[in-house]
Ligand binder design. Structure first.
Ligand code: AMP
Length: 470
């Protein structure tokens, strides 16, 4: 472990945010959010970032990774916090790059929360929306800029933002950025940044391409890990149901009813499949939202919002759209179709069982998907429990059976046995006042470590210029 003595000591002893050396303004904000103890990734990463080290952090959304980079960066910028109206006094010092708009918004929301007692300014820019409002924010000056790569380059190209004073660069969900083909944009952005800076790379998985990226972008980084390499979330119960392709939708509805699942994310492989399934579910009367990369930003946000408020029971999503969403307390994820890339399975099931909560991941696997299932088993290095579809419990007997004239709620399966009205409620267990799925709401308390942590030096100091990309 390549860590200085003081840092190593901090790693061992820090159990509270105060012990991690954060300013009172930040501590008060954390207190307001109900964060009582740092999560494992925060315990490990914060001292290292404060010590000025570059970091490769292997951590999924749900581990508290946003605070793991945002808190120490805010701490390092406290000295620059000022209330001057002059934009020149608020240069971009910290740049956070994310692959998707939703993640950018989410990260920025967290930054705003953590920063609320400091006069540091922040904003978020992403594509798919008008540039004017973003330009106005940028012109006013911001110390912390959260951005998706393409839109950042647009603003940089029109001189709306200067990146020459960036001291801290965060690459969030770096694996996904590479998957989405952002490497050329990243290289262009890197050329706009000072070579002397601190770089933090967060990624759920670490394959050779990420290590290559780290070698190009980072200087002598340390690696912090909160899940063993490619290990599927351990708190998530994972079940496989063998189902014929054509029977999947009925199987989905059966599992929802039998297990009384109030809300779930349902993954398909393609946008077309997401649209098709979403429409079929809607036709069957199941409140369903659809989210994928071809949807306009406003539609994606509306779908998420409906889900957040509990108006929508199912959110059908493709991998790219759902990646990185922080949906607190989401009880269940369905793999309606297994992903082609086994590691996407890990990302998908990481949407449930978050921040110490238990979760359920159900895969509906057709014979055609056998090969994908084998690859997933190999990737996560564990077997997946196969089970028959759960039976729907027969309705409880009623003392006086009486015919019910009202139509069945469309999302309740028809049954031969009549039920009293009270039992005819759809399985949306949460009312609007009690959303089960609280996207961007204050977090659950993390009472225990979510995963083990390994800190190690991983990439030898680059002999050549670390910021030059081969
Ligand atoms: P992230 O992995 O950054 O997406 O965070 C996942 C969720 O955990 C978010 O809702 C955070 O607000 C929450 N969270 C992060 N750190 C803590 C903490 N130390 N205590 C409680 N909740 C936390």
């Amino acid at each position: 472990m390549e860590v200085g003595e003081n840092t190593a000591a901090a790693l061992e002893v820090a159990t509270t945010f105060a012990e991690l050396g954060l300013a009172p303004e930040i501590l008060r904000a954390l207190d307001d959010m109900g964060y009582s103890i740092p999560t494992p990734i925060q315990k490990q990463a914060i001292p290292l970032v404060l010590a000025g080290r570059d970091l490769m952090a292997q951590a999924q959304t749900g581990t508290g990774k946003t605070a793991a980079f945002a808190l120490p960066l805010l701490q390092k910028m406290v000295a620059h916090a000022n209330t001057s109206a002059s934009p020149a006094r608020h240069p971009v010092r910290a740049l956070v790059l994310t692959p998707t708009r939703e993640l950018a918004i989410q990260v920025h929301e967290s930054v705003v929360d953590y920063n609320k007692n400091l006069p540091l300014r922040s904003t978020v820019v992403f594509g798919g929306v008008d540039m004017k409002a973003q330009e106005a924010e940028l012109r006013g000056g911001v110390e912390i800029l959260v951005a998706t790569p393409g839109r950042l380059l647009d603003h940089a190209g029109s001189n709306m933002v200067k990146l020459s004073q960036v001291q801290f660069l965060v690459l969030d969900e770096a694996d996904r950025m590479l998957d989405m083909g952002f490497m050329p944009d990243l290289k262009r952005i890197l050329n706009l940044l000072p070579t002397k800076r601190q770089t933090l790379l967060f990624s759920a998985t670490f394959d050779d391409s990420i290590v290559g990226l780290a070698k190009s972008f980072l200087q002598n980084p340390l690696k912090v890990e909160v899940a063993r390499r490619n290990t599927a979330a351990e708190l998530v119960e994972q079940v496989v149901h063998r189902v014929r392709e054509d029977d999947k939708m009925d199987a989905l509805l059966q599992v929802l009813k039998a297990r009384e699942i109030s809300q779930a994310l349902v993954f398909t492989r393609t946008k077309i499949a997401a649209d098709k399934l979403g429409r079929r579910l809607q036709k069957r009367g199941v409140p369903t939202g659809i989210i994928h990369g071809d949807k306009a930003q406003v539609e994606r946000l509306a779908a998420l919002d409906g889900f957040k408020q509990g108006k929508v029971q199912l959110l059908v999503a493709t991998d790219i759209a759902a990646r990185g969403l922080d949906i607190v307390d989401l009880p269940c994820v369905f793999n309606f179709e297994l992903p082609y890339a086994a590691e996407d399975y890990v990302h998908r099931i990481g949407r449930t069982g978050r921040a110490g909560a238990s979760g359920l991941a159900i895969s509906l696997v057709s014979p055609e998907e056998e090969r994908l299932l084998v690859a997933i088993r190999k990737f996560i290095n564990r077997d997946l429990v196969e089970a028959p579809l759960p039976a729907i419990a027969p309705p409880r007997a009623v003392a006086v059976a009486r015919p019910v004239a009202v139509a069945m709620k469309p999302d309740v399966e028809q049954s031969d046995v009549e039920q009293p009205d009270a039992e005819r409620q759809p399985r949306m267990a949460r009312s609007r006042r009690e959303p089960v799925c609280a996207l961007l709401l204050p977090p659950v308390n993390v009472a225990q470590p979510v995963a083990e942590v390994v800190v190690e030096a991983v990439v030898a100091p680059a002999a050549t210029q670390p910021n030059q990309i081969a």
